[in-house]
Design a protein around this ligand. Structure first.
Ligand SMILES: Cc1ncc(COP(=O)(O)O)c(C=O)c1O
Length: 486
């Protein structure tokens, strides 16, 4: 048995005080739908290590947490069975194949997808799923790659494939302060698709920067105008129901560790079979072909998902996907969603009322201040009593000292950050037309000179095991910046 890896700092998490009791009573009054007792039972049974080690975990958009029962079930399965590589036809291989296919079916069931309409391709992570689409989509002259400003870099990166094949690349802006889509501009951009060339529109169901949830009605609207739609569900799926009989995106991408913590290293591309048929793979690999020949210099790709899973899938981990999805289904995705909304609402209301003694606000929020059409990702900066910014790196260092895990920086989502901080195309263009590679530090310094504040922020995100004490401690931590100079 190894000893737990405790936070590398000595100061303990602040004890809950008398004000906590009052705040908890008020929370119970304001959010009667929040079943505090059920969540405490879950914490004690499945996530006890959080409290035992004094962690306040608030980085669920970075990664979800696994329940102890997930580990136990997966380990028992491995211990009690003999599994071989599913590419063979022997008994141990067939046993594994059965479980891989069960995992695939469980993903379809979780998203209520019709197996006749959708296929599940296992990938290494959401980025792997995005790359599969990017490298195989039939971009070409006359076609487009359209994406919203607030995409993760792994969605932004597809523009390089699009450009290399001669397609036009365009971004649909998001508008501060809420960082929601500029609907007029998006409608305008979508209307530019012409038949005869393929057009791909990509957006996140939930922004990992602002927590904004974009309207899923854009999927059908875009499709009606001739677009294929890629919905990045990586930040949305952990706490929201995505029903693939209600909406029909052509491609959905996600990572499972964001939903239930374990295993890492497995994601999925859930694709409409019809859309899969449009993809052209740039190569073939073991497992993706029916036959290939050296002297015949040819190959035939497998049909459906098999043609997209390069080499051997992470087969021993795939049963843990089914276990994880079952865990979420047992907890109830709607229950998780409702809890996250209550905690986010409380956090937003309390953070946004924090003021220094001179009346200056402490917190600047990037994203919606209410919980309509948003998830549990809250991105903020801290300002001092003279309106000067506390550097996010300093905020993170102080959070680390009290065992609060949050995320700082730009969260691999540069476009949302640029809009949030008011950076323009002209500000940024000069950084990318230099011979020399710019370092991150010199980039931050250059950008800080362009806008009033540093570029970057603090992200707090809540999830399936967050309790009231976690958000309360975050609020008390934030209060520690009141009436101080940056
Ligand atoms: C919205 C969104 N898309 C894509 C990704 C990429 O996920 P991964 O790093 O697991 O490939 C992330 C990760 O944070 C994300 O938040």
């Amino acid at each position: 048995m190894t000893s737990p890896i405790r936070p590398s700092v000595s100061s303990a998490i602040p004890a809950l005080d008398a004000r906590y009791k009052e705040a908890l009573a008020a929370f119970e009054r304001d959010y009667p739908q929040f079943d505090l007792a059920a969540l405490e039972r879950l914490r004690a049974e499945e996530y006890a290590r959080l409290d035992a080690q004094g962690h306040v975990y608030l980085d669920y958009t970075g990664g979800g947490l696994y329940a102890e029962s997930q580990l136990a079930q997966h380990q028992a399965l491995l211990r009690e069975n003999v599994f071989g590589n599913p590419h063979s036809g022997n008994p141990t291989s067939l046993a594994m194949t059965r479980l891989v296919e069960r995992a695939r079916a469980s993903v379809l069931a979780f998203f209520n997808a019709d197996p006749a309409e959708y296929a599940v391709i296992f990938t290494q992570n959401a980025s792997g799923a995005l790359k599969l689409v990017g490298e195989s989509y039939p971009f070409g002259p006359g076609g487009h790659y359209l994406l919203t400003f607030d995409n993760h870099n792994s969605v932004n990166g597809i523009r390089e494939f699009a450009r290399a094949k001669g397609a036009a690349v365009a971004y649909a802006p998001v508008l501060p302060p809420e960082l929601r889509i500029d609907e007029t501009r998006l409608a305008d951009l979508l209307s530019q698709a012409r038949p005869a060339a393929p057009h791909l529109f990509a957006y996140p169901a939930q922004s990992n920067f602002s927590g904004v949830q974009h309207d899923l009605a854009w999927i059908a609207r875009a499709q009606a105008l001739g677009w294929d739609v890629l919905l990045d569900a990586a930040a949305f799926a952990p706490t929201n129901r995505l029903d693939l009989r209600q909406v029909h995106p052509d491609f959905v991408t996600l990572s499972f560790y964001k939903i239930f913590g374990y295993p890492t290293g497995v994601g999925a591309l859930i694709a409409r079979r019809e859309a899969l048929g449009k993809l052209r793979r740039p190569w073939f690999a073991g497992g993706t072909i029916t036959i290939a020949s050296v002297q015949g210099d040819g190959y035939y790709l497998q049909e459906g998902e098999a043609g997209f899973e390069d080499g051997t899938v992470d087969y021993l981990n795939l049963p843990a996907v089914e276990i994880g999805l079952r865990h979420i289904a047992n907890l109830g995705l709607d229950t998780i969603h409702a809890r996250v909304i209550c905690l986010t609402d409380w956090l937003l209301r309390h953070l946004l009322t924090l003021r220094h003694a001179n009346g200056m606000p402490l917190i600047h929020l990037y994203g919606p201040a209410g919980t309509a059409q948003r998830g549990g990702t809250v991105t903020i900066n801290f300002y001092d009593l003279d309106g000067k910014l506390f550097d996010y790196r300093e905020v993170e260092a102080q959070a680390n000292r009290v065992s609060i895990s949050l995320r700082t920086g730009c969260f691999c989502n540069p476009g949302a950050g640029e809009k949030a901080h008011g950076l323009t195309e002209a500000d940024l263009a000069e950084c990318f037309h230099k011979e020399e590679r710019m370092t991150f530090e010199s980039f931050i310094t250059a950008m800080s000179g362009k806008v009033k504040d540093a570029v970057g922020a603090v992200r707090v995100s809540v999830g399936l095991a967050t309790n009231f004490a976690d958000v309360y401690r975050l609020l008390r931590f934030a209060e520690g910046f009141l009436d101080r100079h940056a």
